[in-house]
Every structure is written in C-alpha cells, then in structure tokens.
Design a protein around this ligand. Structure first.
Ligand SMILES: Nc1ncnc2c1ncn2[C@@H]1O[C@H](COP(=O)(O)O)[C@@H](O)[C@H]1OP(=O)(O)O
Ligand SMILES: [Mg+2]
Ligand SMILES: [Mg+2]
Ligand SMILES: [Mg+2]
Length: 351
C-alpha cells in the first residue's frame, strides 16, 4: 500500500506515527536503565508501589515527542506519574539523574536538537494530569507498565493509547523483552525470535508488530483455538487471584499450566497467538486504571475480544479509573462465551 493510500485508509495515521516514535524512544531509555538498574534508581510512591527513574524518563520523553510531532493538535494526557515526589528537597539528585537520562536519549537519537532543564522535566510530567473522560481526545499513558517486572529484569511494557470521544482508537505497546513469536521463554530469546517489539493497532485497521529498532510491520493474529482443552491462559505474576483463575481454568478443562507474566505484554502475547486466554482478577477493592488496559485492549480487540466478567465492553470514558464489573477477560470470539460462563460459575461458587 502506498503511504498516501494508507493515510486515506487510516484517519489516525499521523497520531499513530507520532505514538510509535514516542514509545520507541521511551523504550530505548527503559532498556538502558534496566540493564544497569541500581537501588538508588528506585523510589516508593505514596501507595507503596515502586517507581523508577525510567518510569519518569519514559513519561517525559513521550509527552515531548507527541507535542513535537503533532504541533497543531491540542494536547491532553492521562498518565500514571506526576512531579509531586520529585519536587521534594531530598529528590534533587534523582531529578538530575532523570534529566540527564532524558537528554542523553534525545542526543543519541538525532531527531531533536534540544536539551531539557529540571523544570522542563517537572512540567512535562505534569502534562499527564488530565482526567480524560467521554469528550475530546486524550492520550492515555503508562510509561512503564509492570514496574515490578522491570526491576526484576522481566517483562514490562511502555503503553500509549488514544481516547477519542470516550473510545480507545489507537494503541501502541513497546515490549522490549518480549519475543515477537513465542513467549514460552518470556525472559529471553527462544529459537531465534526477534526480542523487543512494538505492537500497534488503530481502530478498524488490525494489529501489527515490528522490531523496536525498526522493521517492516507484520500483521499479527490471535489464536483460533475453539476448544478450551487446547487453550492456555495468561495471568498476572504479581496481582492475580490464583484460586479464582485456577477454578475458571478447571471448569473450562484447560490442561496447560498458567503462563504468568508482568504487564500488558500479556495482551501483546495474546494478540500474536502465543496463548488463547488472558484472565485478570485482582485483589478485592483494587480499582483498575485506564492506562493499564487502553493500549493492550485495542491490540487484542483488532482480532479478538476484551470484556468484563458480565460480558460488557470495557468503558474508558469515566476518567482515570476503568469502569468494569469485577475482572477482565481477553480471548478470541470462539472461546469468549465459554470463558464468561465459567467465570460466572466460579464467581458464584466463591460467594
Ligand atoms: N494491587 C494491585 N492489583 C492489581 N494491579 C496492580 C496492583 N498494584 C499495581 N497494579 C498495577 O497493575 C499493573 C501490573 O499488572 P500485572 O500485575 O499484570 O503485571 C501495573 O499497572 C501495576 O502498576 P505499574 O504500572 O505501576 O506497574
Ligand atoms: Mg506504577
Ligand atoms: Mg501499569
Ligand atoms: Mg506504570
């Protein structure tokens, strides 16, 4: 397809190009930090979850690239991180470190001739404070999804979505540690597969993958298994109600052991057919955030389905939190009715 035809066929082509560029650059910063991560690179947030210099650096780079690449667009972003902790007196050293990481990543890329001050970094972070909602366009960003996996040296994702009038219309997932074909050995390369991929989808245009360092995009397809006995399922490594997911799997007759993985890399792995089902049931009272699902879910819905436990589509139009009933289920259209039935039965038994 010529570039002109592609632009005509995809109303979000400009936004997609900018989002891919932003996520690729951020992923480069994350890869560098992950290779030599130190205890001093990690902080604890008020909610006791970890945040690293790379979470902050990734968010700064992404907001910067989106603004540079789309100068005529109004900018609104719903993002996980903000500058509050970095404005404290004891955070000056870490802020300096983040600023130099961002500037070095920009300098190594050649696209932009600029250098950020510490104030620029703080201001860029606070560009992510939008509430999103049902009207207008809003970027939705998780600069590192799966920070615990990132610190451990495992899977993580840089996840950027675009909300337009309350619907997710575009998603890009940078997965630096995910092999693009088989995730069976998800900590490293297996059988020569490409490790480090960029997954993306725009509404109505299918999902694709390319190498993070750049390559011809390839279409990806969700697996077509229609008998749950032959299916395998993904769940979170850190945040899964394992009693419930194993009861669901048992009801379905799933034979394979669960594949446990951090972050939205699970959505990417599912979208490229590495497994058949993703079951997400977190602890009681945990409210899911939009940035933990926006990019991943559109990459799966290009060929499959993502629903809550009642079979409803996820609603991203309610602000920073995701409106959903209990869990999240992602799978192909053949298995979805069977999985939803098993989910209802398992939930009823649990009560
Ligand atoms: N108690 C929790 N239950 C469910 N998810 C959580 C919880 N605490 C943090 N998260 C977020 O869930 C996502 C991780 O998903 P997974 O468990 O599938 O790897 C991350 O977005 C993580 O935040 P973060 O983005 O800060 O890493
Ligand atoms: Mg976090
Ligand atoms: Mg997250
Ligand atoms: Mg995060």
């Amino acid at each position: 397809m010529s570039q002109l035809t592609e632009v005509a066929a995809n109303p979000y082509a400009d936004e997609l190009a900018a989002a891919k560029k932003a996520v690729s650059l951020a992923a480069r910063l994350c890869q560098r930090v992950q290779q030599g991560i130190l205890q001093s690179d990690i902080q604890s947030k008020a909610d006791r979850t970890p945040v690293t210099v790379a979470d902050y650096g990734s968010q700064v780079l992404i907001s910067l690239v989106l603004k540079k690449e789309l100068p005529s667009h109004s900018f609104s972003m719903v993002a996980e991180e903000d500058s509050e902790d970095l404005r404290k007196d004891d955070a000056q050293q870490i802020l300096e470190h983040i600023t130099s990481l961002v500037n070095e990543t920009i300098a190594n890329d050649d696209s932009y001739n600029m250098s950020l001050s510490k104030e620029d970094v703080l201001a860029a972070l606070d560009g992510g404070k939008s509430e999103g909602g049902p009207s207008g366009r809003h970027w939705i960003l998780d600069p590192i999804d799966g920070t615990k996996g990132f610190i451990r040296g495992d899977q993580y994702a840089v996840a950027l979505g675009l909300l337009d009038e309350g619907k997710v219309v575009l998603g890009v997932l940078g997965c630096p540690n995910l092999p693009s074909k088989s995730t069976n050995k998800h900590n490293g390369s297996s059988s020569g597969d490409q490790v480090g991929s960029l997954y993306f989808a725009t509404i109505g245009c299918g999902a694709k993958v390319q190498a993070l360092e750049g390559s011809e995009p390839q279409k990806i397809t969700i697996c077509s298994v229609n008998n749950p006995v032959d299916a395998s399922f993904f769940e979170s490594l850190e945040h899964s109600k394992r009693d419930l997911t194993s009861s669901i799997a048992e009801k379905l007759g799933v034979q394979a052991p669960p594949v446990r993985m951090d972050s939205q890399a699970k959505y990417a792995a599912l979208a490229q057919g590495d497994g058949a089902i993703y079951l997400r049931f977190s602890g009681k009272g945990y409210k899911e955030r939009v940035w933990d699902h926006a990019a991943g879910s559109i990459i799966v819905t290009a060929g499959g389905m993502v629903k809550d436990a009642s079979g409803n589509d996820l609603d991203f139009s309610k602000g920073r939190y995701l409106d959903r009933d209990r869990g999240i289920i992602a799978t192909n259209r053949y298995l979805m009715p069977m999985v939803l039935k098993a989910v209802q039965e398992a939930i009823d038994e649990e009560q």
